[in-house]
Design a protein around this ligand. Structure first.
Ligand code: FPP
Length: 291
């Protein structure tokens, strides 16, 4: 569903505006997800500490979120911190990223409100440090009434963990239902059958249950991997990989990704009308075609 607030195109930078003017406004994505990568390399290229790369990366977040809100993008999801980052990076880097996140939230809530941006999170948030979780909840509550872009930060996120959590949710529902009806799970399943658990059951238990799947997935820094990000949700997303490192990524590059998205022919596993050969005779099985 497109957002109905007025577009704030006049607030785009000249470079963003030039890129925006090349777009087909009738074919804008509803949800863009970004794997922000290359902070460390950006710093390394300048013989700076990795921390500086992350700091510049936080600046990019601010620019990209503002551009998204100005073009009324309904959903923007950023992969900010994975479960693997949490487990495998030095404690000092993890601690710095947590501090950066808190500073970002404290420093940007007012701006988010000015831009009508609503903050949300996906991931195993409960395992983050309590002071960080408290600031996150505060920022979420402060922006909850905004009706523009929903900015979702994936934090302590892993797609496989999300699917495990969703499966646990499905099982918990079954146990609760059996308890409510005073019967066993066996009894319950003998009535409803295993077919009652389908894709929509699992999707309802994903962290993203109330948002559309991403239309476009962008990855910076040229790496051709998904890195355990939204594996279920990107089944039919278009993928745009840019060599640009995240700290150099700006609003115009988001728009460049959207321009590439608009060149794609999305078929969702079907055929487009030009590819259909239904009307052509079949040379191998003429009798089948005739009958
Ligand atoms: C990948 O770069 C980036 C991250 C692990 C963290 C992303 C964090 C930010 C963009 C800044 C903070 C975010 C917010 C929302 C305030 P990398 O370190 O893996 O880079 P490399 O592959 O070049 O080493």
């Amino acid at each position: 569903m497109p957002l109905t607030q007025p577009l704030r195109i006049h607030e785009l930078s000249p470079a963003e505006l030039a890129m925006y003017r090349t777009l087909d406004v009738e074919r804008m994505p509803e949800h863009v997800a970004i794997i922000m990568d290359g902070n460390g390399r950006w710093a390394g290229n300048r013989t700076l500490k990795r921390f500086v790369g992350h700091q510049q990366g936080a600046e990019s977040v601010h620019f990209v979120v503002e551009a998204a809100s100005r073009i009324n993008l309904p959903f923007l999801t950023l992969y900010a911190f994975s479960i693997e980052n949490n487990l495998r990076r030095p404690r000092s880097e993890v601690g710095f990223l947590m501090k950066l996140l808190r500073n970002y939230l404290v420093g940007n809530v007012r701006r988010m409100n000015d831009n009508n941006v609503r903050m949300r999170y996906i991931g195993r948030i409960q395992d983050l440090p309590p002071d960080v979780v408290e600031t996150m909840r505060w920022a979420e509550a402060e922006t909850a009434r905004n009706t523009g872009t929903t900015l979702t930060l994936a934090l302590n996120y892993g797609s496989r963990a999300e699917m495990v959590d969703a499966t646990r949710g499905v099982l918990q529902d079954l146990l609760d239902e059996a308890h409510r009806r005073r019967c066993s799970v066996d009894d319950l399943l003998s009535v409803s059958g295993l077919d009652s658990v389908d894709e929509s059951t699992l999707a309802r238990h994903l962290y993203t249950h109330d948002m559309p799947d991403p239309d476009l997935l962008i990855r910076t820094s040229g790496e051709m991997r998904i890195s355990n990000f939204l594996l279920w949700q990107i089944a039919y997303s278009e993928i745009f990989v840019t060599d640009r490192l995240w700290p150099d990524f700006r609003g115009e590059h988001l728009l460049e990704g959207i321009a590439a998205f608009q060149q794609r022919n999305r078929r969702f596993g079907g055929l487009d009308t030009e590819s259909s050969d239904e009307d052509l005779p079949d040379p191998l099985m003429p009798e089948l075609v005739r009958s």
